[in-house]
Write a protein that binds this ligand. Structure first.
Ligand code: PGA
Length: 263
């Protein structure tokens, strides 16, 4: 049977001082090694601390990710940081997070370019999807998920994207994050999370032959108390953790909850 290795990401967003970031990395690394956690772990610190974090975790199996990255070539883009630069430091890229969609008005056009470019650079790609409060209230969750998935495969490079996933399924992860659950303390009902993950897997199967091998994370107020219940869901293979990833003990407990859960 197909095996999907659990994967937990820590999205630090725009948090931590330089010293705090080093300390957090160090604590996660120590706990990860001591507890022999058998989960793929990715840390997403702010850009500025990526190299510090990399220096600390490089020798371990913990992966380092960026929260965004431009696909444009080097050139006249003041303030820009592109994936070619980042790829010297990172292993993974977060794409399509609702905060990128809402605060920076980013759309599928950018996400599909990022998904292709990241694959060309050998990076692990996590594509975030999820409905907001109004969409949930009006019953359009499944429509929204289908659109967010379909739109990245619809562009000129859709076929290339499908091929990059089929040829390396573990390099593509979906994070299902209901926007109303992010940072709010509200967690989606486990049976809803399972239904939505199943739906996401079925949608992916329209574009790729390997949907059974694609890992799906749940994100939105995951903490050490609710992690076990989420880890037990058949189609959930990990978590994308925001607030709770800023506390090493809590983050490690979440990683542990998914640790024994290979499918
Ligand atoms: P949260 O964030 O865990 O703080 O809800 C999750 C995310 O935005 O990825």
């Amino acid at each position: 049977m197909a095996e999907r290795r659990p994967i937990v990401g820590g999205n630090w967003k725009m948090n931590t001082t330089r010293a705090g970031a080093k300390q957090l990395c160090d604590s996660v690394l120590r706990g990860f090694t001591e507890r022999k956690i058998d989960t793929e772990v990715v840390l997403y610190p702010p850009y500025l601390w990526l190299t510090d974090a990399g220096d600390l975790i490089n020798a371990s199996s913990i992966k380092l990710g960026a929260q965004d990255g431009l696909t444009e070539e080097n050139g006249a883009i003041t303030g820009g940081i592109n994936l070619t630069m980042l790829s010297e430091v990172i292993d993974a890229l977060l794409i399509g997070h609702s905060e990128r969609r809402n605060i920076f008005n980013e759309t599928a056009d950018k996400f599909s370019r990022q998904l292709i470019a990241a694959s060309d650079l050998g990076l692990l790609r996590t594509y975030c999807v999820g409905e907001d409060h109004t969409q949930q209230e009006t019953g359009s969750t499944y429509e929204v998920l289908a659109e967010q998935i379909g739109s990245v495969f619809a562009g000129e490079e859709g076929e290339q994207l499908s091929h990059s996933i089929d040829s390396n399924p573990p390099s593509f992860v979906i994070a299902y994050e209901p926007v109303w659950a992010i940072g709010t303390g509200l967690v989606a009902q486990p049976n809803d999370v399972q239904d939505r993950a199943e739906f996401i897997r079925a949608e992916i199967s329209k574009y790729c032959d390997v949907s059974d091998l694609i890992r799906i994370q749940y994100g939105g107020s995951v903490n050490q108390k609710n992690a076990d219940e989420l880890a037990a869901l058949t189609d959930i293979d990990g978590a994308l953790v925001g607030g709770a990833s800023l506390n090493a003990e809590e983050f490690l407990a979440i990683c542990e909850a998914f640790s024994t859960n290979s499918r």
